[in-house]
Design a binder for this molecule. Structure first.
Ligand code: BDR
Ligand code: CA
Length: 314
């Protein structure tokens, strides 16, 4: 199994990504680190415990990370994810789950210890920026870094040009992309260009429920708010689930295609959080990213179902 750490801000689609990762036969989740984003960090921590409890996986360690962005004021996305950050499902709190070290300490220790550990970041990149500031060497040991964030040709979801995870903490995203350029590695950017295609429809949700009522009903509970939000704001029948695509891509990179490019993150002004993709190499800079632009949607949902239904087959 390939080892991973998931850095997240749960969050409805983060929770679906975690469910997928925990049930995939190909990966082993060494730990989950929480960052403020969709929900404040402590709420994200409470939410992930609820998801782990549902999955019967409270053995997976969870670590608290940054409670605010590097420089900007913290702005949650509870308008999209509901007042509890989990689609107003108001699931029962899970007591008695202690965390001894911080997210950055866990990242630093684990990346130094494990030979081949990858990182899938599905929230703002604040924890990773802190890791770079505190332990560059550990950061350089990440085997593969996948980040759900940014956008190339698709319009933003926070401004005309910016996607939430990079908009929320643009300084952190800029530091991570710059560091990747310095160490000559590439970050795999799963942006809105690809994730916008991943729409969980009411039909698919009903089918999941028919195949597995336990998983289906849990997903229905946490996505109901998200469905309503998408209909109200974008007239989409269904909800866009961004984060599970980062997991699916890690398991099988062939489900997306794209190109290598230099990417820099704008930190201020009306383009705050924009991922500036230099597709035509104007700046002649290090190609520090693989920018994904196409996705095989059918294959994604096949993988998603294979994973989450697998839990109950065993
Ligand atoms: C990203 O922001 C959050 O709403 C989602 O969890 C995802 O990580 C999409 O812009
Ligand atoms: Ca997220």
């Amino acid at each position: 199994k390939r080892k991973i750490i998931i850095d997240c801000d749960p969050g409805i689609d983060d929770s679906l990504a975690i469910m997928m990762a925990l049930t995939s036969k190909e990966i082993e989740v060494l730990g989950i680190t929480i960052v403020c984003g969709n929900a404040p960090v402590q709420m994200g921590f409470e939410n992930i415990k609820k998801v782990l409890k549902h999955m019967n996986r409270l053995d997976v360690p969870v670590y608290l990370g940054a409670d605010k962005p590097l420089k900007k004021e913290y702005v949650s996305a509870l308008d999209t994810h509901g007042e509890d950050g989990l689609g107003e499902s108001f699931l029962e709190e899970v007591e008695g789950y202690e965390t001894s070290i911080s997210a950055v300490e866990f990242l630093s220790q684990t990346l130094r210890k494990e030979e081949n550990c990858s990182l899938i970041a599905i929230g703002p990149l604040t924890n990773l920026a802190h890791l770079i500031q505190q332990d560059k060497e550990a950061f350089s040991k990440i085997a593969m870094l996948v980040s759900m964030g940014g956008t190339y040709k698709s319009h933003g979801n926070c401004s005309p040009v910016a996607e939430y995870n990079y908009w929320e903490d643009p300084e952190a995203a800029a530091i991570v992309y710059e560091e990747m350029a310095k160490i000559g590695k590439q970050i795999h950017m799963i942006g809105l260009d690809v994730t916008r295609n991943i729409v969980l429809t009411p039909t698919l949700l009903s089918y999941i429920e028919r195949l597995d009522s336990v998983q289906g009903q849990f997903i229905r509970k946490i996505t109901k708010f998200y469905f309503d939000f998408h209909w109200e704001w974008e007239h989409i029948i269904g909800c866009v689930i961004n984060d599970p695509l980062a997991i699916a891509y890690f398991i099988n990179p062939a489900i997306c295609s794209g190109f290598s490019s230099n990417v820099q993150i704008e930190t201020d002004g009306i383009c705050r959080g924009q991922s500036v993709v230099d597709a035509y190499d104007f700046y002649k800079k290090e190609k520090n990213a693989v920018v994904l632009t196409e996705v095989n949607v059918q294959e994604f949902f096949y993988m998603f179902l294979e994973c989450i239904l697998h839990k109950h087959k065993e």
